[in-house]
Ligand binder design. Structure first.
Ligand SMILES: Cc1cc2nc3c(=O)[nH]c(=O)nc-3n(C[C@H](O)[C@H](O)[C@H](O)COP(=O)(O)O)c2cc1C
Length: 330
């Protein structure tokens, strides 16, 4: 059992990442938690009272641990944090801000606190502040990857070496059980999957968006908005307009104007995958179906266990060979 599973009372080291719109509902997180992973409600785009309603629905749908993702920069973050406590959510995953804003009162209330970080420096700071786990997201990720684009492979390894006192969750580019085991091999205690869970029947995004994820290949995403809080998204008309302007050396004001001319909501709710911000990670290229979230979580569990068994068999074979070599020398 990994440190993550022990700390958070979750049977398997699998987290459905908090994703604005996609997991701002009850159906997706509850299905993942019921199947033995950790479902995460994304508070990001919800009005406070809608958020409260979603939390009550989650509690009606599952008695397993679930989490709430709160981007700390948003205007109503304080209200959202209050509701998270009032409704008794057992775990919070905070992103885009420092842990001081919530840590003491959440831990005093018995809430476990995970913090999203994008560098070793921030990882050390959050661990020193006392968070219960770190979520480390690399450059492959959908949504807001680290602006410096360090890959999951390198960043997770660097943080695992820098911080050993708390469990680490790896995110960015993971879409199946083999990816989960790769994250564990890097020193992570669990893996967080975003884009993979967007292509599920329960994800709260338009069918066009889900289809765009299924259709995308591994090189069909781009980083858009460098210097403006960049997003990784599936290339479309909006991305091309922005990238062309950037390549032509357009002034910052013009780039800001293009970047601000559309939103994730247009893709997620309206289904405009040509002009909306179709946030998704490189792992879209590993996804080609639209399962239910419970069924997907069960599949991920089977896959990561079979990947672990394959590696264990390799080790047994290696031990046998080393033993035979040793006996020959004697
Ligand atoms: C559509 C979308 C919306 C996201 N919204 C949020 C969010 O509201 N808060 C947050 O902390 N991360 C958000 N993320 C990032 C995810 O939590 C996660 O780190 C990322 O999806 C992992 O990479 P992957 O997509 O390659 O699995 C979002 C990602 C996507 C794809």
């Amino acid at each position: 059992m990994s440190r993550f599973c022990k700390t958070f009372g979750v049977p398997h080291p699998i987290i459905q990442a908090g994703m604005s719109w996609a997991s701002s509902n009850a159906a997706l997180p509850a299905a993942v938690s019921n199947a033995g992973g950790l479902g995460v409600v994304a508070a990001g785009p919800l009005y406070p009272e809608d958020f409260r309603k979603v939390l009550r629905e989650v509690k009606a749908l599952t008695d397993k641990p679930y989490a709430v993702n709160v981007p700390l920069y948003r205007k109503q973050a304080d209200e959202i944090l209050d509701i998270t406590l009032e409704e008794g959510a057992p775990i919070i995953v905070a992103s885009q801000g420092g842990p001081q804003k919530y840590l003491a009162r959440f831990q005093a209330a018995g809430v476990k606190c995970m913090h999203v970080v994008a560098s070793e420096k921030h990882a050390r700071k959050a661990a020193d502040a006392g968070v219960d786990a770190l979520v480390v997201v690399g450059g492959e990720a959908g949504g807001h990857p680290p602006p410096d684009q360090v890959s999951t492979m390198v960043l997770v390894r660097a943080v695992a070496k820098a911080v050993t006192s708390v469990p680490i969750v790896a995110g960015g580019g993971i879409a199946d059980g083999d990816g989960i085991v790769a994250a564990l091999a890097l020193g992570a205690d669990a893996a967080q999957l975003g884009t993979r869970f967007m292509a599920t029947r329960e994800a709260w995004v338009h069918e066009n968006y889900k289809q765009a994820v299924i259709d995308a290949g591994v090189s069909d995403t781009a980083l858009v908005g460098q210097g403006l809080g960049p997003i990784r998204m599936i290339r479309n008309g909006f991305a091309q307009t922005y990238l062309d302007a950037e390549a032509q050396g357009a002034p910052k004001e013009r780039l800001k104007e293009i970047f601000g001319s559309t939103a994730l909501k247009h893709a997620a709710l309206d289904g405009d995958v040509e002009n909306g911000k179709t946030e998704a990670g490189q792992s879209a290229g590993l996804i080609d179906d639209l399962p239910g979230a419970f069924e997907l979580t069960e599949r991920l569990i089977r896959e990561y266990r079979s990947a672990l068994a394959r590696l264990s068999e390799l080790n047994i074979a290696l031990e046998g060979r080393l033993k035979r070599d040793h006996e020959r020398v004697l």
